[in-house]
Design a protein around this ligand. Structure first.
Ligand SMILES: [Fe+2]
Ligand SMILES: [Fe+2]
Length: 296
């Protein structure tokens, strides 16, 4: 059941406690060579390839991976602004609390986009290309024009992946500006995820064709979300074998429970909305990992 009071209180919370990107310590210099990033922050840290590297090679790899993750996050936030704007327009007119919250969500995503892109352009030593797989997913969501699908793919699947990435980065980053930036974004995203949990529209009456299409798009969303956690470009630049690196990072993501998140959490969310999730869960369990292991 939809919880209007809970959604109002989330919107009030967002409106009452905004953070200002300009108030972050932008004047502080970021010395990437001195940034301390523990082995645990690297998805490749435990692979044989990386174990054979020297200490300084490993440090450089972790920094380059971090750059790749930040660029992926910044790209995702830019896409999230557009998706949030489309979601506001798709929200039923009578759902005033949801529209209010979505207004705050749109403002949050714009801040995340601006602040992360400012960090990349002012403080990052590398130019990093974003993952094309996310572009394709967002184009599909724009075409589908489906409020519930936007919430499920955007707020449950992609935000889930972003939250996992943010937590991993926060554990690893020992730099005041970036730490503060990521902490603020993380707090906003946690609120967005609570909103997605509180909203529940009846999905039971949809046609079988519509249900199949939603399952396809949600599978693609889960795939894109995990791919965006894999920093292929970092390894290529450092001359590592792409196939080995990809296999090692899928192992790491599975060990950390990231793959199980998509099968379990997504199925639970769908179930709570009256959407029979068994087919999607089975197809994620059967095909997601294999698809990730294929060369991109
Ligand atoms: Fe965001
Ligand atoms: Fe968000």
């Amino acid at each position: 059941m939809m919880n209007r009071a809970q959604i109002s209180s989330l919107a009030e919370h967002a409106a009452a406690r905004p953070w200002a990107p300009d108030a972050l310590p932008w004047e502080s210099a970021v010395d990437w060579a001195a940034v301390s990033i523990p082995e645990g922050a690297s998805v490749l840290a435990r692979s044989d390839v990386v174990r054979a590297m020297s200490t300084s090679e490993r440090a450089r790899l972790r920094q380059r991976e971090m750059a790749s993750h930040l660029a992926a996050l910044a790209n995702g936030e830019r896409k999230a602004v557009n998706l949030a704007a489309e979601t506001v327009l798709l929200c039923p007119e009578e759902e005033v609390e949801q529209r209010w919250f979505l207004g705050t969500l749109l403002a949050d995503e714009s801040k995340h986009d601006l602040a992360l892109h400012r960090f990349l352009s002012e403080k990052l030593a590398w130019t990093v290309r974003p993952h094309p797989v996310l572009d394709a997913l967002f184009a599909t969501l724009t075409e589908e024009r489906d409020y519930e699908l936007n919430l499920l793919a955007g707020q449950v699947v992609l935000e889930g992946a972003a939250a996992s990435l943010l937590n991993g980065l926060l554990l690893g980053v020992d730099q005041p500006l970036l730490r503060e930036l990521l902490r603020n974004i993380g707090r906003d995203e946690a609120r967005h995820i609570r909103f997605a949990h509180a909203v529940s529209a009846p999905l039971a009456e949809m046609s079988p064709a519509r249900r199949r299409r939603m399952e396809e798009v949600l599978f693609e969303a889960a795939h894109a979300a995990v791919v965006s956690l894999v920093p292929d470009d970092a390894w290529e630049e450092l001359g590592l074998d792409r196939g080995l690196a990809r296999a090692a990072s899928v192992d790491a993501l599975r060990e950390r429970g990231v793959l199980a998140f998509f099968t379990k959490v997504l199925a639970r969310e769908l179930g709570g909305r009256g959407f029979p999730a068994d087919d999607l869960r089975a197809s994620l369990e059967r095909h997601l990992e294999a698809r990730l292991r294929q060369a991109a």
